[in-house]
Design a protein around this ligand. Structure first.
Ligand code: ADP
Ligand code: ZN
Ligand code: ZN
Length: 708
């Protein structure tokens, strides 16, 4: 007697196929079982969602398709994993199958039972503990007082923990010890061993973190016990890590936002490092926040573990928490644990604001800043120069006519890259050689306008060419940004050059401010931060403050030098309130001011937002769809609990010949917004309810958008 299973496959919501498809199977399949099923003419991977099921009404059993087979040797995905996916799909307005299948490695489908057995065996070999003889964990430094206090408080915190700790206060060490404690809990007989998930915002940060975790835990739990998960891995590597996590052979998974969906049946602790980082919000597909999902996941895992007196803890760590998390801690929904002091007692650098109104016209590096850098180099110290724009100049322009290096496909300028003499669009990638003369009028004098990292590197190399280091050599300037680190291994090489002291001045984008532990940097300079002070994006000040705090944290890690370390900020607006908070490194003060402004304006976290975005061949078509969608909403329940704003073009409205527009939906309450979106989504998906969408290419809902 065949049974029925509902199976989710990778179908987008607008396919109209519903949340799950019904298939026949000979044996009854447990929920969470991975299966291969036919879909149209293809064979696809699916997940059994509900157990043995009734055939759907109206389906002719003779027409019904059958499950091709289960992936043998793989235990089913857990009920909590299914809960996480269900929540993410509902909250972010996507289909179950889209979210579920995007969370699984694509190569899983091709895996046969023999291969699988071989793989798991190979991994098991790696996982064999090296320290069977009872040899202890490598030497671990005694905790600082602050670390000890945090570690003592962790077991008492039942709510999500916000670890608010200065850069260099030893947060990573806290994660390591909390991991140690979580892994030391034994799982009941016959159940997978306990596991820990550690998330970081960027791929670049995984190697050094992995090294620290490996050093600490591999001797005890084996080399295979620590795995990474991020989009920079090959499909085969991703499959390997996924299988290790799913089977319980991996005890620790380190990864970027995608790792929040890792199948980890023994999960007891989730760490989200640099929790404020915007990279945790996905910008395509299901636009989920991995940080928010981590908090949700810890909650459902804990509920499942509660009957046996265990739980899954979540720690969000940052020196500059997101205002959402900070507010949650103010309200007592999160437990705030603080570590204000840096290990070794190093102080944060003294802030020096350079008022650009009083500097020579056109100087990109103010003379006093240059003098300060010269003095540092002569003493054998290093400097970090931060500029959020790569390339040589953001625009090339003709003096004689109005020609500018506009991208023909985007409403943006192409950036001048001097090294390879190209004009490159940073939005669509369109690139061409720099013209010898103005393409419009033939004028030979086409000039760069504005400055990027390439230009600052070149200028500094010129300006510092007479400066000698203590060893008599000429000062060396290097650059680190997305252009210089494109090749595999190049970032590591550049960091090594900095650590070994080969480089005296490093010029770079925000990439250099993140996470790296530089020892001899005593001066950090931010040379054009002003754009963020007056941006229309209400989150721009929050991001700037976080970036400058993080940059400051790169200086003076060495206590002996830290007394004299400095952070220079060049600005045309030294009176701006943000700098008053920054001078004292007063994040709580800054956060309080920002939160008060947000509360007055009903902005998140005091109100909830979503965007409906549309891409079309013309701006009219994109906006017509959005406005029609708003009209169609008029009769919906919950309509009066939300505000719908008129459709507007995106700041960069055209990218790769696609016109982009968006419509903002706001509500005083997150729940009301969710209720409205759930009612609205079927109308959006049904083309007849929202007419006038000719030329529409795609649309998407972005819940809790970071940029509006
Ligand atoms: P954070 O993650 O807060 O920036 P880290 O955990 O990376 O800080 O610690 C900063 C530095 O201090 C690292 O080099 C780390 O090895 C060291 N460190 C951390 N905790 C201790 C400790 N208890 N004793 C000695 N050194 C420590
Ligand atoms: Zn011209
Ligand atoms: Zn372009």
């Amino acid at each position: 007697m065949p049974t029925w299973s509902s199976v989710v496959v990778a179908t987008p919501a607008h396919s109209g196929l519903g949340p799950a498809l019904s298939y026949r199977s000979e044996l009854s399949l447990a929920p969470g079982t991975l299966v291969r099923v036919p879909l149209g003419t293809r064979e696809v991977l699916g997940v059994v969602w509900n157990g043995p099921d009734e055939p759907p009404p109206g389906l002719d059993p003779a027409q019904a398709k059958s499950v091709i087979g289960a992936l043998e040797g793989l235990p089913p995905l857990s009920a909590t994993w299914q809960q996480l996916v269900t929540f993410a799909a509902r909250y972010y307005q996507r289909s179950l199958g889209e979210v579920a299948l995007a969370a699984l490695p694509p190569q899983l489908r091709e895996l046969d039972a023999v291969q699988l057995a071989r793989r798991l065996k190979r991994r098991a070999g790696k996982a064999a503990p090296a320290g069977r003889d009872g040899s202890a964990a490598p030497a671990v430094p005694p905790s600082s007082e602050e670390q000890a206090a945090v570690l003592a408080a962790l077991p008492t915190a039942t709510e999500p923990v916000l670890l608010y700790g200065a850069t260099g206060s030893g947060k990573t060490e806290v994660y390591l010890r909390a991991t140690d404690d979580a892994l030391a809990q034994t799982a009941p007989e016959g159940e997978p061993p306990t596991q820990v998930l550690v998330m970081v915002p960027e791929i670049n940060l995984t190697p050094q973190l992995e090294a620290r975790f490996r050093e600490r835990f591999a001797p005890r739990y084996g080399e295979g016990a620590v795995v990474s998960m991020h989009s920079g891995m090959t499909p085969a590597q991703r499959l390997g890590s996924w299988l290790a996590a799913h089977s319980g052979q991996a005890r620790i998974v380190l990864g970027t936002r995608m790792a929040v969906f890792a199948s980890m049946p023994g999960l007891r602790l989730i760490v989200v490092d640099e929790e404020h980082d915007p990279s945790y919000k996905s910008q395509d597909g299901a636009r989920y926040s991995a940080r928010d999902l981590a908090v949700y996941r810890a909650k459902v895992e804990s509920e499942a573990l509660a009957p046996r007196g265990q739980r899954c803890q979540v720690i969000l760590g940052s020196a500059t928490p997101s205002l959402e998390s900070w507010h949650a801690a103010d309200q007592g929904r999160y437990r705030r644990l603080e570590m204000p002091a840096r290990i070794g007692g190093g102080a944060l650098p003294r802030l020096r604001l350079v008022d650009m109104n009083h500097q020579p016209k056109g100087a990109s590096i103010a003379p006093p800043l240059l003098a300060a850098m010269e003095a540092r180099i002569a003493r054998g110290e290093q400097c970090l120069v931060l500029l959020n724009r790569r390339g040589y100049a953001p625009v090339l322009s003709c003096d004689a006519c109005a020609w500018k290096s506009q991208c023909p496909h985007c409403s943006a300028f192409r950036v001048f890259h001097k090294l390879d003499r190209t004009l490159r669009c940073h939005h669509c990638g369109f690139s061409s050689r720099v013209p010898r003369s103005c393409p419009d009028c033939g004028n030979l004098d086409i000039a760069p306008v504005g400055r990027g990292t390439e230009q600052i590197e070149e200028q500094l190399a010129g300006l510092l060419s007479d400066v000698k280091r203590p060893d008599g050599q000429t000062a060396r300037v290097a650059r680190m940004d997305a252009d210089t680190t494109r090749l595999k291994g190049s970032l590591e090489q550049q960091l090594a050059a900095l650590h070994s002291g080969e480089v005296d001045v490093l010029v770079g984008t925000q990439m250099v401010a993140k996470g790296h532990d530089f020892r001899r940097i005593t001066l950090v300079a931010s040379i054009n931060a002003d754009a963020a002070l007056f941006a229309s994006d209400y989150r721009a000040p929050e991001r700037l403050f976080a970036l400058l705090m993080q940059a400051a944290g790169r200086a003076g890690r060495d206590a002996a030098q830290s007394g004299a370390s400095e952070m220079w900020v060049q600005t045309w607006h030294p009176e701006h309130a943000l700098f008053a908070s920054l001078r004292k490194y007063d994040f709580p003060g800054f956060a309080a001011t920002q939160l008060a402004e947000r509360e007055a304006a009903g902005m998140p976290p005091f109100g909830a937002q979503a965007l409906l975005r549309a891409d079309a061949r013309t701006q009219e078509a994109a906006q017509a769809f959005l406005n029609a969608a708003a009209e169609a909403a008029a009769s919906l329940p919950y309509r009066d609990e939300v505000t719908l704003y008129p459709a507007v073009p995106l700041t960069i409205q055209r990218v790769a010949n696609v016109e982009r527009a968006q419509l903002l939906v706001e509500s005083a309450s997150r729940a009301a917004l969710q209720r409205f979106l759930a009612a609205w989504q079927p109308l959006l998906l049904d083309g007849r309810s929202v007419p006038g969408a000719r030329g529409l290419l795609r649309f998407a809902v972005d819940v809790d958008p970071l940029v509006i």
